[in-house]
Design a protein around this ligand. Structure first.
Ligand code: DPX
Ligand code: MG
Length: 559
């Protein structure tokens, strides 16, 4: 016999989830009981609902989808930032919220955790704006249909969805789940649109001599990473990657030509994009940050292809799946190797940073040099918003290494719970997070959950005494923050039974020792607080910050 809650659990398990994240509250307690009955699905607890949403977002990065279960209003509204982030980052996170008893909707009762009005619809209305599908379940008869719709939409659109379940409906009997194929079946390409798109772009490429590929972050959501490699190899051209898509194309592939990020690109990626006669933009997002304040926007004859459309000067093909388009084009494309040949001519290897004296004051450069030594093929690196973006982008990734960044949403504090969620879903990977002091202060308590689950995450906590990225964009007293004893926090989180490790380092020798201790600590996270100067930031941040500040300062144009 199924209930609404156990139906939901069965569906989450059938789509491949082994965990769901939760914070308890009286509107979701019965629902949590129902979810617990499913032995295929483990309940993982978070310190607050914002972190719960981010933990699910991180889990979706590792496992393809995720669920977060919260209580009404006080919980749901906290989770909303993370859910909107999942929308911006194209991750299917299913937010499930408990809700008031159905009888209270008609009885004109005032209910706790609400606005002290008779309106209980506001959370659903907000969710509708920030998710691809939002449903409120107030009848067990409708529940299977509504649950399937919300999960199916999340998987198809690679966007978050929202399911609200009234607290007296969670354990109500409902129908048995039908075949899961109705939920997981993808939307096929329209065959005629697909053929036309491939033929048009293949013809267009025949007239070009110097195409370059530019890979963007929507490639992962489209599930087209392999097909992008097929197209790259069929063309033989240089392949550049946007910062938000780092690791989505293998960095040790012979055609990898670096990270394209305008003025702060890695070695010669910008030059090769500028030299090309057409840019094939695959799953790209061009915003003010990724174009470095609108100074790095590929122009002229460019192709834009993602999972929604294929667009090329005067042509726009809808309902063409990116994977079908790329593999079809790969079959038709003729070799166009000029950008690869030129890239090899102009490319120079980056300077190899030599080790600093072990007792000299720790610098950002030395910290990154040592971190690079930890990057193995089973490693995933999280780079929080801040100078960690720029430090992370320059790391060299061997085959298999992954890189996670929240570049479109850019909400500081994301990486602590997202790293937690990711490591719950990917126990066999070495997980390293680079997090600034300012960001850490938003969500620090989620390290306690890493301790609780004995996850050997390594956190590089960069204590540069403030919001350095903002310092470089526009400085003022608001960029100074209260210092914390970040390393000391771990002992507080450990309490009587935890095995987390916290260490503060201020020179290269201490950092090397701390990294060794981190690698030997298998029973919990290790936080290495790296003390560096407030102004010791990457040169890329300085250039990028100046151009972003210039874009922000544009005067209003006359109406
Ligand atoms: C803010 C940012 O210490 O990193 O390397 O020192 O910059 P750096 P920190 O973590 O500081 C982060 C800080 C304040 N951004 O420099 S990037 C504005 C902001 C945001 N998200 C939220 N609030 C404010 N991005 C939720
Ligand atoms: Mg900082």
């Amino acid at each position: 016999m199924y209930t609404v809650g156990s139906y939901l659990a069965a569906r989450l398990s059938q789509i491949g989830l082994k965990h769901h994240f939760a914070v308890a509250g009286d509107f979701n307690l019965v629902l949590l009981d129902e979810l617990l009955k499913n032995k295929e699905l483990e309940q993982v607890y978070c310190c607050n609902e914002l972190n719960c949403g981010y933990a699910a977002e991180g889990y979706a990065r590792a496992c393809g989808a995720a669920a977060a279960v919260v209580t009404f209003s006080v919980g749901g509204l906290s989770a909303i930032n993370a859910i909107a982030g999942a929308y911006a980052e194209n991750l299917p996170v299913i937010l499930v919220s408990g809700a008031p008893n159905t009888n209270d909707r008609t009885a004109e009762h005032l209910i706790h955790h609400t606005l002290a009005t008779h309106d209980f619809s506001y959370q659903l209305e907000i969710a509708k704006r920030l998710t691809a599908a939002a449903v409120a379940i107030t009848s067990a008869i409708d529940a299977p249909h509504q649950i399937d719709y919300a999960i199916r939409t999340a998987l198809r659109e690679k966007k978050p969805t929202y399911i609200e379940i009234a607290c007296n409906i969670a354990s109500a009997p409902c129908a048995v789940p039908g075949p899961i194929s109705n939920v997981v079946a993808g939307q096929p390409s329209d065959p005629e649109s697909l053929d036309a798109a491939i033929a048009t772009v293949a013809e267009f490429l025949r007239s070009k001599r110097k195409p370059v590929l530019l890979i963007g972050s929507k490639l992962r959501a489209a599930g087209a990473a392999k097909q992008a490699i097929d197209l790259a190899e069929a063309l033989g051209c240089a392949v550049t990657v946007m910062a938000a898509a780092k690791s989505f194309f293998p960095e040790d592939h012979p055609q990898f030509a670096g990270i394209y990020w305008g003025e702060v690109s890695t070695h010669q990626a910008r030059e090769i994009v500028d030299w090309s006669d057409t840019v094939l933009c695959i799953g790209t997002i061009f915003n003010d940050y990724s174009t470095v304040g609108w100074t790095a926007m590929p122009t002229g004859s460019i192709l834009i292809a993602d999972d929604e459309r294929v667009y090329l000067d005067g042509h726009d093909f809808a309902r063409v799946r990116l994977c079908d388009f790329l593999s079809g084009l790969a079959r038709k494309a003729e070799k166009r190797e000029a950008t690869m040949v030129e890239y090899k001519r102009i490319h120079s290897e980056p300077r190899v940073e030599s080790p600093a004296a072990p007792d000299s004051k720790l610098t950002r450069a030395e910290m990154v040099r040592q971190l690079q030594g930890l990057v193995t093929s089973d490693c995933t690196i999280f780079a929080e918003t801040g100078d960690s973006w720029f430090n992370g982008i320059r790391l060299k990734l061997p085959t298999g290494a992954r890189f996670e960044i929240e570049m479109q949403w850019g909400s500081i504090g994301w990486s602590v719970p997202a790293t937690f969620g990711y490591s719950v879903g990917a126990r066999n990977r070495r997980i390293i997070a680079m997090i600034g002091d300012g960001s850490f202060q938003l969500t620090a308590q989620e390290v306690a959950q890493m301790i609780r689950r004995k996850l050997p995450v390594i956190i590089f906590l960069i204590n540069n005494h403030g919001y350095t990225i903002e310092v470089e964009i526009h400085d003022g007293p608001y960029n100074n923050i209260k210092n914390w004893d970040y390393a000391g926090l771990i002992q507080a989180f450990n309490a009587e039974d935890g095995r987390g490790l916290g260490m503060r380092v201020s020179n290269g020798g201490e950092l090397a020792g701390a990294i060794e201790a981190a690698l030997a600590n298998h029973d919990g996270p290790t936080l290495i607080e790296c003390i560096i100067d407030r102004d010791d930031c990457s040169p890329e941040l300085i250039s990028w910050g100046r151009l972003v500040a210039r874009a922000n300062a544009r005067p209003p144009s006359p109406q």
